[in-house]
Design a protein. Structure first.
Length: 421
């Protein structure tokens, strides 16, 4: 068996380089919010957790193992160092899940139980780390093993207990953390992205159990005189790699998903206002200047502001009677209340634009005048109603055939009334 390292460089890069990159990227992504909200203990805890996880793979990589052993002059000292990182990571994960779940807020009794549980977790994992170093000090491990230390020293006094202790502590913590996450996933009312992040974390900690099962099986096989070392040297590192990537994804996914969802909603709202914006821009002869530096929030605000200002300029040309008849016409055509109101508002705005254009060009031929008599005494009373429904109005402007049908029916109603009079 080759004690110097991995069977090949690509495999080494895969099982150690991939999780380091994933965990470091997650830490860099969350670092701005951690610094900005440094007083939030949960954010600091997430940052520390990702840093611990990254440290595990950094110090477990064969070059780092050789470096630690060479610098300290103690063969295999990298083993208790890596195992300490691993146990600390498990303890921090469990503490974070207890606190993140909300156990420190709410009912006093629940909060007290959560604090007691956190104290036991902290004390227990600290005790395990101290025991690991004590056992390593008592063990005789003169031959450096960068890859198969667990199985090579599985039957060595004190080292045997060290290996069993770290595997037991790691397994217990992962099982408890997995159960907490699974219970949280089934809580009603969770944000969809938080639920997806928790599912990724749950699968990640389940993959950690595969790591423990592979390592434990290989060690027990050594105790009984067998040889299942590939489980420890090949399957276990790969399971750890998968677990690290999934855990990093689980911590980042809720924030990335929420960010993308917010950006998409802003972009969608901006696009939904495009028909009304284009109509008013054409009517007023101006628009919002484009800027590459403008944020999505600013672009949406500018478009909404422009629409509201343009409607305010048209307010004195709004015709309440026309809006009422257009609404009745839309209802007669079978549209629901919300759609009918939007269609009536679209007819009113278009008529106001025509009336405004006619007032600026009084010499225009009569055939180009609006189809409806203008009632201006209380025209501005319509403005608040129109301002509240700009999104719905903008959407119906994409269906000019519906607007024309409502306008035609409302016009026919007006003409029939004039004949009757």
């Amino acid at each position: 068996m080759n004690p110097s390292g991995f069977p090949g460089e690509p495999y080494s890069v895969l099982v150690f380089g991939t999780p380091i990159v994933a965990l470091a990227a997650a830490l860099v992504f969350k670092l701005p919010s951690i610094v900005r909200l440094w007083r939030d203990p949960l954010r600091r805890a997430v940052g520390g957790l990702l840093l611990l996880a990254c440290g595990i793979f950094v110090f477990a990589a064969p070059p780092a193992v050789s470096w630690a052993n060479r610098v300290t002059g103690v063969p295999n000292i990298a083993a208790p160092l890596v195992y300490s990182f691993l146990v600390a990571f498990c303890g921090a994960s469990l503490l974070l899940m207890i606190a993140w779940r909300g156990g420190l807020a709410g009912h006093p009794a629940r909060s007290a139980r959560a604090r007691r549980a956190m104290r036991w977790v902290a004390v227990g994992h600290t005790g395990v780390i101290v025991a690991l170093w004590a056992l390593f000090g008592l063990a005789d491990v003169p031959v450096e093993r960068r890859r198969d230390l667990d199985t090579y020293y599985a039957r060595t006094p004190f080292m045997r207990e060290l290996i069993a202790l770290y595997l037991l502590a790691h397994t217990t913590s992962c099982v408890l953390t997995y159960r907490l996450i699974r219970n949280w996933i089934h809580t009603a009312g969770l944000d969809v992205w938080l639920r997806r992040g928790l599912k990724s974390l749950a699968v990640g900690y389940a993959a950690n159990l595969v790591f423990d099962a592979a390592k434990g099986t290989a060690v027990v096989a050594r105790w009984t005189g067998g040889d299942l070392d590939p489980l420890s040297t090949e399957l276990a590192p790969l399971a750890g790699c998968v677990a690290a990537v999934l855990i990093a994804t689980g911590f980042v996914l809720p924030h990335v998903g929420q960010y993308l969802r917010d950006r998409w909603q802003l972009r969608r709202a901006h696009l939904r206002l495009a028909p009304l914006y284009d109509l008013l821009r054409t009517a007023t002869g101006r628009g919002v200047p484009f800027s590459l530096r403008a944020t999505p929030e600013l672009r949406l605000t500018r478009r909404e502001t422009f629409i509201r200002d343009a409607l305010l300029q048209l307010a004195r040309h709004f015709d309440e009677e026309l809006r009422r008849r257009a609404y009745e016409a839309a209802v007669d055509l079978g549209y629901g209340r919300g759609r009918a109101e939007a269609l009536a508002a679209a007819v009113t705005i278009r008529d106001a634009i025509e009336a405004r254009a006619l007032s600026r060009h009084p010499s225009r031929p009569s055939g180009q005048s609006p189809q409806f008599p203008q009632v201006k005494d209380h025209a501005t009373d319509l403005l608040p109603e129109l301002l509240q429904g700009i999104d719905a109005v903008s959407q119906v402007l994409s269906h000019p055939d519906e607007i024309e049908a409502v306008r035609a029916l409302a016009s026919a109603t007006v003409e029939s009334l004039h004949v009757y009079e």
